[in-house]
Design a protein around this ligand. Structure first.
Ligand code: AMP
Length: 295
């Protein structure tokens, strides 16, 4: 399975990515983590990224695209991956499309964690406090001032990706304001609804486009559409869907027949009274028809 987790800083991408890693046996590829490691190691990429990251800006597209291009080719990513924090700009998304196409890899879904911006500062403060409590070093960019800049970068450069992926019908939107467990459950639910939850090696590029269509529906109305799609998906693809149509057809036919019979029955007393009372006598018949139709 190959996924992208999309959402502003503090949306819970990292937390959810770790859970997905365990659940699906895939790797988490966080460009933020990789860049932080590069900064810590003092590599040329790290030297380039250090100040930009500390200021809450975005590292140049070519730098992160190169990192990802190398990383997705590693053997541990063969089973699939979750991109956390990448892509962050439309050019990065376009470069990723190209990259995947070249490598004949298919993206299963883009999961957007939708959160209330007001809650983000609190979340980032909590994250910093938890990190401190564990005795670990707090991220230099997890401060209110830098968060404001990271949010501005997100709005200007990353948010357009929501349209980018919804136009390509691969976006799944999940309410990121629920509890951590709630979000995890919802992600699993929408993924299985599009048939992306199954374990096993990641699919090659020429997979069915059916799943992405379902994903678009799910994105428009997460809970309702997802449960509907889940039912359809559980019937395992087109074959089952075809079969499913037959009973539906039969049911329609039966309903049509029943309606006809109801009309006939309703007409009978009308005709019987018509002889006596003319037009007026047909009124009760209409009522009967209405009542029956309601039932
Ligand atoms: P994150 O851990 O995802 O919040 O990323 C931390 C910082 O790393 C960001 O604020 C950026 O400065 C940089 N960064 C991470 N991913 C990207 C990316 N895809 N494109 C540009 N900059 C990135």
């Amino acid at each position: 399975m190959r996924l992208i987790l999309l959402g502003p800083p503090g949306a819970g991408k990292g937390t959810q990515a770790q859970r997905l890693v365990e659940k699906y046996g895939i790797v988490q590829l966080s460009t933020g983590d990789m860049l932080r490691a590069a900064v810590a190691a003092g590599t040329p990429v790290g030297l380039k990224a250090k100040d930009i990251m500390a200021a809450g800006g975005l590292v140049p597209d070519d730098v992160v695209v190169d990192i990802i291009a190398d990383r997705i080719e590693q053997p541990d990513a063969a089973n699939g991956f979750i991109l956390d924090g990448f892509p962050r700009t439309v050019p990065q998304a376009a470069a990723l499309d190209e990259l995947l196409k070249r490598k004949k890899m298919k993206l299963d879904a883009v999961v957007e964690l939708r959160v209330n911006e007001g809650a983000l500062l609190q979340r980032v403060e909590n994250r910093a406090a938890e990190t401190r409590a564990r005795g670990e070093e707090v991220r230099a960019d997890d401060t209110p001032e830098v968060l404001a800049k990271r949010l501005a970068s997100y709005r200007a450069q990353t948010e357009p990706l929501i349209d980018y992926y919804s136009e390509r019908r691969s976006l799944l939107t999940v309410d990121g304001m629920m509890s951590i467990d709630g979000v995890t459950e919802e992600i699993s639910r929408v993924l299985s609804a599009i048939g992306a939850g199954a374990k096993g090696p990641a699919k090659a590029a020429r997979g069915s486009s059916n799943g992405t269509r379902t994903a678009a529906k799910v994105a428009r109305k997460p809970a309702k559409a997802a449960s509907k799609a889940k039912k359809a998906a559980s019937k395992a693809g087109k074959k089952a869907a075809k079969k499913a149509k037959k009973p539906a057809k039969a049911a329609r036919k039966a309903a049509k027949g029943a309606k006809k019979a109801a009309r006939k029955t309703a007409r009978k007393p009308a005709r019987a009274t018509k002889g006596k009372g003319g037009r007026k006598a047909s009124k009760p018949a209409k009522k009967v028809t209405k009542k029956r139709a309601k039932r």
